[in-house]
Design a protein around this ligand. Structure first.
Ligand SMILES: Cc1cc2nc3c(=O)[nH]c(=O)nc-3n(C[C@H](O)[C@H](O)[C@H](O)COP(=O)(O)OP(=O)(O)OC[C@H]3O[C@@H](n4cnc5c(N)ncnc54)[C@H](O)[C@@H]3O)c2cc1C
Length: 436
């Protein structure tokens, strides 16, 4: 068995595999003195807002504190999903049936909008509607998948099929899992290429994109706002905050509600010939039913495995994480024992108390925050919805637009409780494993 550093390729790098083809970008032209909409955060959410505003003839300036593409938008797994997250996380439990239906409808719409925009703007993002299989961690979780299938079918209109364990080898090699739920309408993309394509589309429509422009203050001013950045000040009529898992102290109200949680990913070296077809014959996206879940896939060229999870209860460095994730990966596919890790990286997702994303306005500032782990389609959609709202073009309010944004008790921006929650999730996964 490969152990210790022998699991790391000699070319091992602590950076996202996705950046090989589409690295983040510096863009340091002078800031304009004023703009119609100042967008804080240059991820999918900010860019999709800017792009839609441009469609309505409204000028926007994107302000990003790091390079463009620094955040979760170029670090994620690239699994593009609709409403499954809300069903799986139990976020829809306390909702009225009408509210739940609207949430699932908008979640489905988020994926449809992603696909429509990829096609409309010809975004080079390696998007494929390949389907996603959610895999049962233990036999009893298959019954859970049956319930999820019912909900997704009846309330989200998803095209889903249950796969009993005996048939699972058509979807995934190995014998780790106890059945699965295939959601056919979900897809996958290359996250950093999607981000780069959004940058190109936004620029082509006149949007100003500014890297290294951290916003440190938002003040009220005549006719709107004045924003202070480390590259000067600018005035704007509207402000949109799209900082998700990188939300800092700029607006304490947001920092007190969005909990940054790191997720870690590895990409293997290229697989030996023929192995990819045995591991993932239909090239699906995968995740499992654990609370502390694994999510994984082949790279778009089908040559590597990209695998995400948390390496432990506490955050750790990317080399340690690479070794631990490799061990987890070998639990899924023991054939990968001798395949080394070439890339290891992490990034922040934005979690919140009620496990649903939020958009709205606070003291006149528009925002869309808290992807809760799933934001390729959703945060793109909320950026788009926020633009429609600012432009006065929504034909109905988005289901995630609400004045209620619950605050975790005793939370002031330091996520001290994340290791406790992670430990609790792991303990419950272990109990499930023992119970079968
Ligand atoms: C490791 C990982 C795996 C994931 N896997 C998946 C997946 O497979 N499928 C899925 O659907 N979702 C996934 N996600 C979630 C998804 O990546 C995010 O939901 C999405 O990218 C969020 O986009 P965003 O634009 O809201 O935020 P981000 O892309 O995170 O951008 C926010 C930006 O705001 C900037 N910023 C913060 N403060 C300021 C300031 N004061 N001034 C200027 N700029 C500021 C930050 O620098 C950052 O670049 C994953 C996330 C991670 C981290």
């Amino acid at each position: 068995l490969a152990t210790g550093d022998s699991v790391l390729a000699t070319s091992f790098q602590e950076r996202p595999y996705w950046w090989v083809d589409a690295p983040p970008e510096a863009s340091v032209s002078d800031l304009p003195p004023d703009t119609e909409v100042a967008i804080i955060g240059g991820g999918y959410c900010g860019l999709c807002c800017a792009l839609e505003l441009a469609e309505h003839g409204i000028g926007a300036t994107v302000l990003e504190s790091n390079e463009l593409g620094f955040g979760g938008s170029t670090r994620n797994g690239g699994l593009a999903t609709g409403g499954q997250k809300f069903v799986v996380s139990g976020a829809t439990h306390g909702m009225t049936p009408a509210h739940r239906a609207r949430v699932l409808e908008d979640a489905k719409e988020s994926l449809a909008t992603l696909e429509a925009r990829i096609s409309k703007y010809q975004l080079d993002a390696d998007y494929v509607r390949c389907g996603r299989v959610i895999l049962a961690h233990v036999p009893s979780h298959y019954r859970r998948l049956e319930r999820w299938a019912e909900l997704l079918r009846s309330e989200a209109g998803s095209d889903v099929t249950l796969i009993p364990r005996a048939d699972l080898t058509a979807e995934i090699g190995g014998a780790r899992y106890h059945g699965g739920l295939l959601i056919r309408d979900y897809g996958g993309l290359q996250p950093a290429k999607y981000h780069r394509a959004l940058r190109h589309a936004a620029r082509a429509r006149g949007v100003g994109l500014h890297s290294h422009a951290a916003v440190s203050a938002i003040d009220r001013a005549a006719g709107g706002f004045r924003l202070k950045t480390n590259r000067g000040t600018l005035r704007s009529r509207h402000v949109f905050v799209a900082t998700n898992g990188y939300t800092g102290p700029l607006v304490p109200y947001f920092q007190q509600r969005v909990i940054p949680v790191a997720s870690y990913i590895i990409a293997t070296e290229p697989l030996p010939d023929g192995l990819a077809d045995r591991l993932s014959p239909r090239r699906r996206m995968f995740s499992d039913t654990k609370r502390d879940l694994y999510y994984f896939r082949l790279s778009p060229d089908g040559r590597r495995v990209v695998f995400g999870s948390r390496p432990g209860v506490f955050d750790t460095n990317l080399t340690v994480a690479a070794r631990r994730l490799h061990r987890q990966l070998c639990n899924v596919w023991s054939e990968l024992n001798d395949v080394k890790v070439e890339y290891s990286w992490n990034g922040n997702v934005g979690m919140c108390m009620d496990h649903v994303p939020h958009m709205g306005q606070y003291e006149g500032i528009h925002y869309a925050l808290a992807c809760n782990g799933s934001g390729v389609a959703m945060m793109s959609y909320l950026g788009y919805q926020a633009a429609l709202k600012i432009a006065g073009r929504q034909d109905r309010p988005c289901a995630f637009d609400s004045s209620k944004f619950p605050e975790p008790p005793a939370y002031r921006g330091i996520p001290w409780f994340v290791p406790l929650v992670a430990a609790w999730y792991r303990a419950r996964d272990a109990v499930d494993q023992m119970a079968g």
